[in-house]
Design a protein around this ligand. Structure first.
Ligand SMILES: NC(=O)c1ccc[n+]([C@@H]2O[C@H](COP(=O)([O-])OP(=O)(O)OC[C@H]3O[C@@H](n4cnc5c(N)ncnc54)[C@H](OP(=O)(O)O)[C@@H]3O)[C@@H](O)[C@H]2O)c1
Length: 309
């Protein structure tokens, strides 16, 4: 447990140079052979990775189960970022305390009777007052059901309200939004949100830890986007993103690195940002972690994003 507590402090406080602990491992836990999940987790942890991302809804619960099994065999190595409050088949999100606590109790069991370290609400339900949600989330910490709490995919105005309500209860939020060097033209899934300027304004003002999901732009920088919706065009394939990818490719060539590694390194240079990568294989885990070794000056970061220094 001591190791877990130390890791959580690191997630709250790591500077940009702090290596593998800045990357959070996601991926297809529960949808792939568990031996592959174990290999990815082994490699990630032995390389200094500290946190893994999952959700109550992922793989019908199998994602949490696989992670729980690995954690029982490797206690104190990783912290778990978990998400509850996913929309049902009709798109409705039940943010009542009773529903959320029920889900969290299931998550806890799947993880091996262990509370997740960070608990985020997967989506918003705007008719529930932010004060009520803040009370529910803060109660999870008080009752030892989570160490840190927060939200994913909440619109900026609602996030601002929640942050204010949590502050009155003496708590701060961890947040998770889609963020990558490539900016998608549409939300990747209904109800998901990217870290837009209004969101970043709130997170920067309050120095909220930002867990950036789809940090690899779903494989866009590696050359093949895993399409969120196969009936629609690649949401990352805009002229601006294609130009960003070309610049990453050119810099990677110069550095002896990989295009997707350079793109991830760009994200790592943002303070308070922890990229969540969906690395599917051990080589992809390695390529992601290599990004923590790349250091760019401000002019290079501007050039990667905009093409001008
Ligand atoms: N909070 C939320 O609402 C939310 C939503 C979505 C995801 N997430 C979390 O974020 C995690 C990452 O998102 P994601 O999987 O959608 O997108 P991602 O990390 O942007 O992209 C993952 C895909 O990129 C490709 N890739 C190529 N090189 C890679 C490398 N070096 N490292 C990682 N991936 C590489 C892989 O495809 P191939 O191997 O097939 O080429 C992989 O399937 C998820 O696993 C999940 O935990 C959260």
């Amino acid at each position: 447990m001591k190791g877990t507590q130390i890791a959580l402090q690191q997630v709250r406080a790591l500077p940009a140079e702090s290596g593998a602990a800045r990357i959070i491992l996601g991926g297809r836990f529960g949808e792939e052979p568990s031996a592959l999940s174990w290999r990815r987790l082994d490699r990630f942890a032995e390389s200094g990775g500290k946190a893994v991302d999952t959700a109550h809804s992922y793989a019908g619960g199998l994602s949490e189960k696989v992670i729980g099994e690995w954690m029982r065999a490797n206690p104190g190595m990783l912290i778990v970022v978990d998400k509850i409050g996913h929309p049902d088949g009709r798109g409705a999100v039940d943010l009542s305390a009773a529903a959320l606590r029920l889900e969290l109790a299931e998550s806890r069991l799947r993880l091996g009777d262990r509370a997740p370290d960070v608990v985020l609400l997967h989506r918003d339900s705007p008719e529930v007052p932010a004060e009520e949600v803040a009370g529910t989330l803060a109660g999870l910490v008080t009752d030892g059901e989570a160490r840190e709490i927060g939200v994913s995919n909440w619109p900026a105005p609602r996030l601002g309200q929640l942050v204010a309500a949590l502050a009155k209860l003496g708590r701060t939020a961890v947040v998770s939004y889609q963020r990558s060097l490539a900016v998608p033209v549409n939300p990747l899934w209904p109800g998901t949100l990217r870290a837009s300027e209004p969101v970043l304004e709130v997170t920067a003002r309050h120095r909220l830890p930002m867990l950036a999901w789809a940090a690899q732009a779903r494989g866009f920088f590696a050359g093949i986007t895993e399409l969120p919706d196969v009936s629609k065009p690649d949401p990352f394939s805009s002229p601006a993103n294609l130009a960003r990818r070309s610049r990453c490719e050119a810099l990677a060539h110069e550095l002896g690195s990989r295009t997707e590694t350079v793109a991830l390194a760009w994200l790592l240079h943002h303070p308070d940002t922890w990229p969540i990568v969906g690395a599917r294989s051990v080589p992809e885990v390695d390529a992601s972690l290599e990004a923590t070794q790349l250091s760019f000056d401000a002019a290079t970061l501007r050039w990667l994003e905009s093409g001008s220094r």
